[in-house]
Design a protein around this ligand. Structure first.
Ligand code: FIX
Ligand code: ZN
Length: 438
């Protein structure tokens, strides 16, 4: 049995032996640094918005939804608990009284395993002691190394009061964290966004005349200058339509698309969420709906110079997204978002994308909210991606073309960082050259 050492020179030898091929693929996928193109992780400098440690991990909305299915506690009673009490209940319900079989629960086990913490303990004492003993900076370093994440893109909302105050304090933070300018409030909640803009001193009328448009563009220009976002982003409901006779269409045409073109910024569209299907679950209460991919196609047609990143929440939309990407080279599919981020579905989507798009897509993003989630989200994603790549290279070999380890590394690097860095003009491994932003 020939083993492949991690630091072995990447040979140009053709890999005709399937087990050697499998080893090379696994080693390459496991060690290649990834750019995490969409997260909600903020660096320690963002204070209260920086989430890390066992209590934040267990009160993740995925686990809250699962816990409230397996307990008869009322939602109101659950929300009246402290964060630590909620974490205790999640632990007892999903890890003590039941086997942690779900993907999100297994994620916690993978994280505890990574830090050699016991995932069978009846309580959280050991984990709490461990995580509270970590210095944020060293821990950040360790987590990024364990997850093999070279750069990550945050979700930054200029309409979020607490976050806005932190940006106003001109903080500096680790250059591996890249901003994205989130536009949900502007495009999905115009009434409140207008009030917020007025409080910020921007004269905007609900009719969105040219003066209002100029004001909103001034607002966005100001945040682009401050955040240096790598892209602008918005999540859109399943019933999103373009064109449409509504405020969102007007804001897209008169504000967002001109801003994207002027600043050369890509626009990330995350389509198919139904917010607040069950409001009693708060952040855990969002659902999914099938979207009309034609709306995305029409955006690509109408704005050929704008680069779109797109992820769709509904499983039923994945094939259509692949086909749309074959039609528009200004459309980059990325990630298996949220309810799709499960091994069986990640494999299915990745397989279909490879078959229809070759390596011209971004296979995954973590959507992590808590720092340590990067460890399991990437560990699990890499396992699924490596397995599907072995199938794909294996079929190519059966068809008569062997590949080299160098070619595997080139393809994997393209999918885990190159495609995104080229799309948003982010020099690969950019963090190394720029220690602290701002
Ligand atoms: O819109 C988004 O960015 C979603 O990812 C979030 O709203 C969602 O709550 C989430 O964390 C999914 O993983
Ligand atoms: Zn997200």
């Amino acid at each position: 049995m020939i083993s492949v050492a991690e630091n072995q020179i990447v040979s140009a030898e053709l890999l005709t032996d399937k087990s050697l091929l499998q080893q090379h693929i696994k080693m390459t996928v496991d060690t290649e640094p990834a750019v995490d193109v969409h997260t909600h992780v903020l660096p320690p400098e963002f204070k209260g918005l920086f989430l890390s440690g066992i209590d934040d991990l267990l009160t993740y909305h995925y686990l809250i939804a699962e816990t409230l299915r397996s307990t008869d506690i009322s939602h109101a009673c659950f929300w009246s608990l402290t964060k630590a009490e909620r974490a205790d209940l999640v632990w007892k319900t999903l890890f003590v009284d039941n086997t942690p079989l779900s993907e999100a629960a297994r994620g916690i086990v993978s994280i505890l395993e990574a830090f050699q913490l016991d995932s069978r303990t009846p309580d959280l004492e050991e984990a709490r002691t461990f995580f509270s003993a970590q210095s944020p900076q060293e821990h950040l370093e360790r987590v990024l190394t364990m997850a093999r994440v070279s750069d990550l893109v945050m979700t930054n909302d200029p309409f979020h009061e607490q976050e806005r105050k932190i940006w106003d304090s001109a903080i500096t933070f680790d250059g591996r964290f890249h901003a994205s300018l989130r536009l949900d409030s502007l495009l999905n909640d115009w009434t409140n966004a207008r009030q917020f803009l007025e409080q910020q001193g921007h004269q905007v009328s609900s009719e969105l005349g040219s003066e209002s448009v100029a004001e909103i563009r001034r607002f966005l220009d100001g945040w682009i200058l401050r955040m240096h976002p790598v892209y602008m982003a918005v999540s859109l409901p399943a019933d999103f339509q373009f064109p449409a006779n509504d405020q969102r269409d007007l804001l897209l045409r008169s504000v967002v698309m001109p801003t994207a073109m002027e600043h050369g910024l890509a626009l990330a569209l995350m389509i198919g969420v139904k917010r607040g299907v069950n409001p009693a679950l708060r952040a855990a209460g969002d659902g999914v709906g099938r979207a009309d991919v034609a709306a995305l196609e029409r955006l690509c047609v109408e704005y050929p110079s704008v680069k779109f990143l797109a992820t769709l929440l509904s499983r039923e939309n994945q094939h259509e997204l692949c086909v749309a990407a074959r039609k528009f080279n200004n459309l980059m599919p990325f990630g298996c978002w949220w309810f799709l981020n499960n091994p069986s579905i990640v494999s299915e989507i990745t397989r279909e994308r490879l078959e229809l798009l070759g390596p011209s897509f971004i296979p995954q993003h973590s959507d992590a909210r808590v720092l340590e989630q990067l460890i399991y989200k990437w560990q699990h994603a890499r396992a699924s991606i490596a397995a599907v790549l072995f199938e794909t290279y294996g079929r190519l070999l059966d068809s008569g073309r062997a590949v080299t380890a160098q070619e595997i590394k080139r393809d994997v690097r393209r999918m885990l960082s190159g495609n995104f860095c080229n799309w948003v003009n982010l020099p690969a491994g950019s963090a190394l050259s720029r220690p602290n932003q701002n």
